[in-house]
Ligand binder design. Structure first.
Ligand SMILES: [Zn+2]
Length: 316
């Protein structure tokens, strides 16, 4: 079952009940059979009435959701599954308001659910981009709106997009953009075997001073030179730009306003979906991550939310 591609009908057919969801989580969590979460012992008995396991060795009792993001929730598992599926499948993401209507849950529950799922979507650090890598430092996101109608946003944060052509996308939020920051980002995100690094002609990119010298290809945006031919190779920064513009549409169209505080969570969601665009098992892999991600306490989230400015509330 775990290796099957999923669509909405299959989802409802196969995971439309609490028992089936539990069974699936069990398969994903312990593919070689249930083990005690405390002592890893394999001798386990089931307590069917309570949906729990009992460890014959240390007497610990636990459920399949113990210690996971699904734990201590009053929401049925099949609603978790449905919400996860919707977040995986909608290209631009879904707002808590939309999920509230679709799933028939409260706004608070929808908001909390989205943030827990987003947390699990965070990509493992250390992945490096290869081949043709394109840089974009022109995006500013988040921030608060000044009072009054038509007030401008201030405190926006730069978000740098880096894209491996035909491959992964990384978004990096930064408090500022200067040469040091750019050099650090390149060092952390670009593999040493990279063929070419494409950027605009900004003076921020002094790549000849780094170990990537000789691999830099600046582009002249002011002259509308988005695409040109060189040595038979097409030189362009538009691949990076299209991923960024998709992200911008996601923010504007779905989430309306994103506070600086929550920006990394939305970047995680967007990047996870984009980088898995060809993965037929995206739903399964997201659920797997949710089983492994730390439980995000509601109090922690609520605290973050209460500290957000009034203009950013109600739109996540
Ligand atoms: Zn045990």
């Amino acid at each position: 079952m775990a290796e099957q591609e999923i669509d909405l009908c299959k989802l409802i057919e196969q995971y439309g009940s609490e028992d089936r969801c539990r069974k699936y989580l069990e398969e994903l969590r312990w593919p070689a059979g249930v083990r005690c979460v405390k002592c890893s012992n394999e001798k386990i008995s089931r307590i069917h009435q309570r949906n729990q396991f009992h460890c014959e060795s240390c007497n610990h009792q636990f459920s399949v959701t113990a210690g996971t993001i699904f734990h201590d929730t009053h929401l049925p598992l099949w609603k978790w599954f449905l919400c996860t599926y919707l977040l995986c499948e909608s290209r631009k993401g879904m707002s808590a308001n939309q999920l509230k209507r679709t799933l028939g849950i409260s706004y608070k529950t929808a908001w909390y659910l989205c943030h827990r799922i987003r947390k699990a979507m965070a990509e493992a650090h250390g992945h490096k981009l290869k081949g043709t890598v394109e840089f974009d430092d022109e995006m500013h996101m988040g921030g608060k709106r000044q009072r009054g109608r038509g007030g401008k946003y201030h405190d926006k944060r730069p978000v740098i997009g880096i894209r491996e052509r035909g491959g992964h996308l990384h978004f990096i939020r930064s408090s500022e953009v200067n040469q040091q920051v750019v050099d650090d980002i390149i060092a952390r995100n670009v593999d040493k075997t990279v063929d070419v690094i494409m950027t605009d002609e900004s003076r921020l990119y002094n790549i000849k001073l780094t170990r990537f010298r000789g691999k830099h290809q600046p582009m002249n945006h002011s002259a509308d030179e988005y695409v040109r031919q060189e040595d038979g190779q097409c030189v362009t920064t538009t691949a990076g730009k299209s991923a960024l513009s998709l992200f911008k549409r996601g923010i504007v169209g779905t989430w309306h306003r994103v506070s600086v505080k929550h920006l990394p969570a939305y970047l995680n969601e967007m990047t996870w979906r984009f980088n898995n665009r060809k993965n037929p098992f995206l739903f399964r892999d997201t659920i797997k991550r949710m089983l492994n991600a730390d439980n995000l306490e509601f109090t922690e989230l609520k605290h973050r939310r209460m500290n957000a400015s009034p203009s950013t509330q109600g739109s996540h």
